[in-house]
Design a protein around this ligand. Structure first.
Ligand code: HEM
Length: 416
């Protein structure tokens, strides 16, 4: 076992990938003879790499490009057609600068404030024995926080449906079943809605708050000097609000960690800034979210003496690297303290990609993610609640993974 696929380069692994989820690349790697996994996905040659040096190699634009690498079913669900994720070179840098301009210290603080206010309002109603599904509640809280911040007008009554659509976009990208079709419908609906909003802003019928993502996306000019097509502007607005709401996954994982290893609660409750940040990093390292990131070899490459043919898909094994014992001692132990006093290189901790976010494809929202996670796990730790019997298993075969029950809590009351 273990060698399935790796020893048979003509065997297509697409089915195994969908079936095995997070374990797929790591299993191929255990069966590989060297540093590189050779396999096939979607009828194409593919190689899997892992480790900080491999990540540096992968993020070199002279080695790997994105334009033709992403399959249609991922663009039609998770990212959108024409998204920054699919651009290379100057076109990428100019579009990426638009995202980076939104991620200033002030902007992040305002988003965290709006979101914590939404959390406090929601948590005040989690009393009296009410059964709260933390995953669903958090998605609504983040939707309530991010939309006004992004300049997107939203009636309170529309929050649950929008939160469900934004979750669906993430939930449906790696399956070909009903979740996938739900995601496609959500994308069509929300691109149309936001495209109309962008046209209204341009036509003067709606005023976008100056400097808000809506304002910036409506006015942004691409490398060719042209305004974005309204649909592409909508795609990129979704690429701000969709991943912000996806922080829901990490908050739910944080609740799982606090339940499994309650000894970490005290430091969070006390507001210990160093340990809270370390906890946020450990949640992002330990729990499965992005399985890998991928691109295409721009020419024939060589990595650690192994040939990568021109045009092959190159997959950077995110989940595998975040659990690599060469990088993390006892990687399957949840231990936030591993991050205290550790200097993180640009290619070490890669749940949101590696390298320089302004220059390459690393996630521009990482600082936002950590800031939101810190604020929300502090609040979670300060809440007293019961965790009734439920199915908290996290299947590594389901991408994206989550605790099966969504983490149910009852009888919440603020900590004494
Ligand atoms: C890219 C993960 C939150 C916006 C990425 C990538 C990953 C990732 C793995 C791809 C890196 C690559 O292709 O090399 C996550 C996770 C998040 C999160 C797990 C937390 C739940 C955010 C937030 C925002 C954001 C809060 C915006 C406010 C983006 C954008 C890209 C991106 C626009 C594309 C960047 C590019 O292609 O240059 N993210 N992200 N993400 N993320 Fe995030």
């Amino acid at each position: 076992p273990g060698g399935r696929g790796s020893g048979m380069p003509n065997f297509d692994n697409t089915f195994l990938l969908l079936f095995e989820g997070y374990g797929w690349l790591p299993a191929r790697r255990r069966g590989a003879s060297g540093e590189v996994v050779h396999t096939r996905v979607m009828g194409q040659r593919a190689v899997g790499l892992r480790g900080p040096d491999a990540a540096r190699f992968f993020y070199d634009e002279d080695h790997v490009e994105r334009g033709t690498a992403l399959p249609g079913f991922v663009k039609s669900t998770l990212f959108g057609h024409g998204a920054v994720h699919t651009l290379d070179g100057t076109a990428h840098r100019v579009r990426k600068a638009m995202f980076m301009s939104l991620m200033t210290g002030e902007g992040i603080a305002a988003l965290v404030d709006a979101t914590t206010a939404a959390w406090d309002a929601a948590a005040a109603s989690w009393t009296g024995g009410r059964r709260v599904v933390l995953f669903d509640e958090t998605a609504r809280i983040l939707t309530r926080g991010v939309c006004p911040w992004a300049g997107i007008p939203l009636d309170d009554a529309d929050v649950p449906a929008l939160a469900a659509d934004l979750v669906a976009l993430v939930d449906g990208f790696a399956t070909l079943g009903p979740r996938h079709w739900r995601a496609r419908r959500a994308r069509a609906r929300r691109e149309e809605w936001l495209g109309r909003l962008v046209r209204d802003v341009r036509g003067g019928a709606v005023t976008a708050p100056p400097g808000s993502p809506l304002d910036v996306a409506a006015r942004h000019r691409d490398a060719d000097g042209e305004l974005l097509d309204a649909r592409v502007a909508a795609v990129e607005l979704l690429n701000v609000i969709r991943p912000t709401v996806a922080v829901t996954w990490f908050v739910t994982f944080a609740a799982h960690a606090l339940h499994r290893w309650p000894r970490h609660r005290a430091a969070l409750r006390d507001g210990d800034a160093t340990l809270t940040e370390a906890f946020a990093h450990e949640v992002r390292r330990f729990y499965p979210f992005a399985p890998f990131v991928g691109g295409r070899a721009v020419r024939e490459l060589s990595w650690r003496g192994e040939r990568i043919p021109a045009g092959a898909l190159v997959l950077l094994d995110v989940y595998g690297q975040n659990h690599d014992p060469r990088l993390w001692e006892d990687p399957y132990a949840f231990e936030p303290r591993r991050f205290v006093g550790r200097r993180l290189g640009a290619f070490d901790l890669i749940p949101q990609g590696g390298g320089d976010p302004a220059a390459g494809h690393r996630c521009p929202g990482e600082t936002v993610t950590v800031a939101l996670l810190r604020a929300l796990v502090t609040r979670l730790a300060r809440l007293d609640y019961d965790v009734p019997d439920q199915d908290l298993t996290i299947s590594l075969r389901r991408v994206p993974a989550r605790p099966a029950s969504g983490f149910v809590l009852t009888a919440a009351r603020p900590a004494a």
